[in-house]
Design a protein around this ligand. Structure first.
Ligand code: PEP
Ligand code: MN
Length: 364
């Protein structure tokens, strides 16, 4: 993909860094849309977002107002001068978005996983001259994300950007959607001409971590943000926990120190690279040490076989674990981590020794 001209649009919409897209998860009522937009009138917020068709996990939840919400968004544009952005998930949505002259269209995370849907939308908006933003697919697959971008590029769209909104995970953690920063940074590195926008709202899933996550995006040189904002967040019909009031959003922007000279700092990426290289080196050393440890365990296995001693000796195991936990804690590592780590190491040793004990004709 040759991506020379894909970033002009962002400078036109947001000449002052960064691009800020804000607005509710869903357009609910005309009053809610207009009141939220009025609270966002500030030159640092250039685009108003609202979900008109909502991809919900379970049927029966609020699925969006649909077409009747589109004239409300036109009112926002006429009254505030902000550009308007909505999510489109099929060709029908695309046609309506074009009919109501929506400025920016985005592909949601549940749509960008589906090449058929993406192609259908790409065909429906080709030649429209609109800005298209592609959210990362829900699963952490860089090629799938790139593939979705390529489909829009192939039909001749030139104003393209991507939105990093995190990835689904089986393990419950601190985030609603795991950021996997490295994956988005790989995208940035590969396509430096495609703006990358951060959506801390869907990464965090709760409003108290939005500022820190946005600051991380700033440090990593993201070109813009999409932050869900609602006039009465607690009453929102979707994603209530992660939305902030317009007032709070403006406070977050103030706190972020969005000055361009601070953001263009190639030294930061160099520093990151420097640390990563050290981590890679340490990981190699860890693996080599583990392999040496296993070889010694195998030697012990041979002796156990020769002397017909049982592989598993609980006393010895308790002693190893106790020592490791003590030492680990002195080094600032948690007991839980040491226990998990040593259980895994011990399990591997036992398996290696059992292979030896079961082997016939062992040469000593
Ligand atoms: C949204 O932006 O409200 C939304 C549904 O996002 P995502 O596609 O990232 O889940
Ligand atoms: Mn949402």
């Amino acid at each position: 993909m040759q991506t020379k001209k894909l970033n002009n649009w962002i400078e036109q919409i947001a000449p002052q860094y960064p691009l800020m897209i804000a607005g509710p998860c869903s357009a609910e009522t005309e009053e809610q849309v207009l009141a939220t937009a009025r609270g966002l009138v500030d030159k640092r917020v250039q685009v108003f977002r609202a979900g008109v068709w909502k991809p919900r996990t379970r049927p029966g939840s609020f699925e969006g107002v649909g077409e009747p919400a589109l004239p409300w968004l036109k009112k926002v544009k006429d009254e505030t001068g902000m550009k308007i952005a909505i999510e489109i998930a099929n060709a029908g949505h695309a046609e309506l978005a074009l009919k109501y002259d929506i400025d920016i269209l985005w592909i949601g995370a549940r749509t960008s996983v589906n090449p058929f849907a993406v192609q259908e939308i790409a065909d429906a908006i080709r030649g429209s001259g609109k800005v298209i933003l592609i959210k990362n697919p829900v699963n952490p697959d860089l090629s799938l994300w790139i593939g979705a971008v390529e489909r829009f590029h192939q039909v001749g769209m030139t104003d393209i950007g991507v939105i990093h909104r995190g990835f689904s995970s089986f393990r419950p953690g601190q985030y609603r959607n795991e950021p996997h920063w490295q994956l988005a940074l790989d995208f940035k590195k590969r396509y430096p001409n495609i703006p990358v926008i951060l959506d801390p709202s869907h990464i965090c899933g709760r409003r108290d971590c939005i500022y820190d996550t946005a600051q991380m995006g700033l440090d990593l040189q993201y070109q813009g943000f999409m932050i869900e904002t609602h006039i009465r967040p607690d009453e929102a019909w979707s994603d209530a926990k992660q939305q902030v009031t317009p007032e709070r959003l403006l406070q977050i922007i103030d706190k972020l120190c969005l000055r361009k000279q601070e953001f263009i700092d190639p030294k930061l990426l160099d520093k990151l690279e420097f640390y990563r290289q050290q981590i890679n080196q340490m990981d190699d050393e860890l693996l080599e040490l583990l392999s040496d440890r296993m070889k010694i365990a195998q030697e012990i296995g041979k002796i156990k076989k020769q002397k017909s001693v049982a592989v598993l000796q609980p006393g010895r195991w308790d002693e190893i674990m106790q020592k490791a936990v003590e030492k680990g804690q002195n080094l600032g590592l948690s007991e839980k981590f040491i226990q998990r780590l040593f259980k895994a190491i011990h399990q591997e040793s036992i398996e290696k020794q059992e292979q030896i004990v079961k082997r016939k004709n062992l040469k000593l």
